[in-house]
Structures are given as structure tokens and as C-alpha cells.
Design a protein around this ligand. Structure first.
Ligand code: GAR
Length: 207
């Protein structure tokens, strides 16, 4: 059983999808041990508490440098015994020390089909605003491993979602969550914990 820490920033619907999947027995080889929020008002912390999982706030603003913030995150991850880290709507920066310490063991969900609408500045609703501004007919979500390049790590899974006439960033975000994110992330975490994924450069195969 792998111990999983989840990093969040906001509403925590992806965290909820993970907790629900776990409760349904769909992540048999992983257990959620701790939630770290980048903001004190993150509703995700309430979701964690409701599921009996410890939570804490580690805010970038509380630290003078990225190095100190990075060290605090790493200390919290080690303290809870995390073996893997899931970024479930984590909209803050992760420093190089954490990325190195958890090389190929940090999973992120991004609300677009990477390499579209990703990288610096593309997070949360901004991603959907950009997709609508470009007029794409298809968008989606991507689950990937985290490396030093923002949204640049090996892709674990992707799912396409159709853009509809009259979509707003909010309606598109909701459809991408419902049709892609809440399905893809628990599946990928389950596969990862079960040792079903192997990384070969940029390509990840599923056994
Ligand atoms: C989700 O759409 C997630 O994919 C996105 O933020 C939202 C968080 O929602 N993450 C990113 O943009 C990361 N670059 P949630 O708090 O309800 O899970």
C-alpha cells in the first residue's frame, strides 16, 4: 500500500473524486494520508477533514524564498510518510528540491490536452478562457508526471472533451471535470499505485 499525499489549492473536486474512488475500493494499492493546501480557505481541507484525513496549510507567501517554501513542503511530505504526491488542483509552485526528492512520483492533473494550453500562466479557469479564445472544438484533460518543466513531464493519460456552442469558461471547466478529470485522475493514481505504469522517456506504457 503506497502512502499518498495530496496537494490542493481550491475547491478540491479532484481530491473528492480520489476519496470517492478510494471509498469504492478502486484504489486498492494506495491510501491517502495527508492533504496540504496552498491557501487557508481551500474547501479541499474540509473535504479532507470529512474523510478523516489530516490537512495543513503551507502557503508560499509565508516564506521569504522558494527554497524555504520548498523545504517546508518536503518536510511535511516526509513527516506524513508520503511515498507519492498527487497535485489535485494545486495552483502554486513546486520547487526543485521536492521534484528531485519525489522524481517520477508526483502526479498532476491539467485541464487541457497537453501540449495545448499548458505551462506558465495556464492554470484553473485561465486554461478554459484560453481554449475558448482560440476557438478549439476539442479540449480535455491530461494526467502527467511532474518534472522541472511546467506541465512538461511524461503523460500518463488523456481524455478529449467537446467544446459546445455558447460555452463559458465556467461551463467548459465543469464539463472537462465531469467527463475527464474526475475519471482520469483516480484511474491514473490507481494504476500508478498498482505498479501498472512504466516510464520510457516521454512515453508511459500501461501493463
Ligand atoms: C482543476 O480543473 C484542475 O485540473 C486545475 O485546477 C482545477 C482545480 O479544481 N489544475 C490546474 O490548472 C493545474 N495547472 P478542484 O480544486 O475542484 O480539483
Amino acid at each position: 500500500m503506497l502512502k499518498i499525499a495530496v496537494l490542493v489549492s481550491g475547491g478540491g473536486t479532484n481530491l473528492q473524486a480520489l476519496l470517492d474512488a478510494k471509498a469504492r475500493g478502486e484504489i486498492p494499492h494506495g491510501e491517502f494520508v495527508h492533504v496540504i493546501a496552498s491557501r487557508p480557505d481551500a474547501y479541499a481541507l474540509t473535504r479532507a477533514a470529512n474523510a478523516g484525513i489530516s490537512g495543513e496549510v503551507i502557503s508560499r507567501k509565508s516564506f521569504a524564498t522558494l527554497e524555504e517554501y520548498d523545504a517546508a513542503i518536503l518536510q511535511a511530505l516526509r513527516a506524513c510518510g508520503a511515498q507519492i504526491v498527487v497535485l489535485a488542483g494545486f495552483l502554486s509552485i513546486l520547487g526543485p528540491t521536492v521534484i528531485e526528492a519525489y522524481r517520477d512520483r508526483i502526479i498532476n492533473i491539467h485541464p487541457a490536452l497537453i501540449p495545448s494550453f499548458c505551462g506558465k500562466g495556464y492554470y484553473g479557469l485561465h486554461v478554459h478562457e484560453a481554449a475558448l479564445a482560440r476557438g478549439v472544438k476539442v479540449t480535455g484533460a491530461t494526467v502527467h508526471l511532474v518534472n522541472e518543466i511546467p506541465d512538461g513531464g511524461p503523460i500518463l493519460s488523456q481524455k478529449a472533451v467537446l467544446v459546445e456552442e455558447g460555452d463559458t469558461p465556467e461551463t467548459l471547466q465543469r464539463r472537462v471535470m465531469e467527463q475527464a478529470e474526475w475519471i482520469l485522475l483516480p484511474q491514473a493514481v490507481s494504476d500508478f499505485c498498482a505498479g501498472r505504469l512504466s516510464v520510457h522517456g516521454a512515453w508511459v506504457s500501461r501493463k
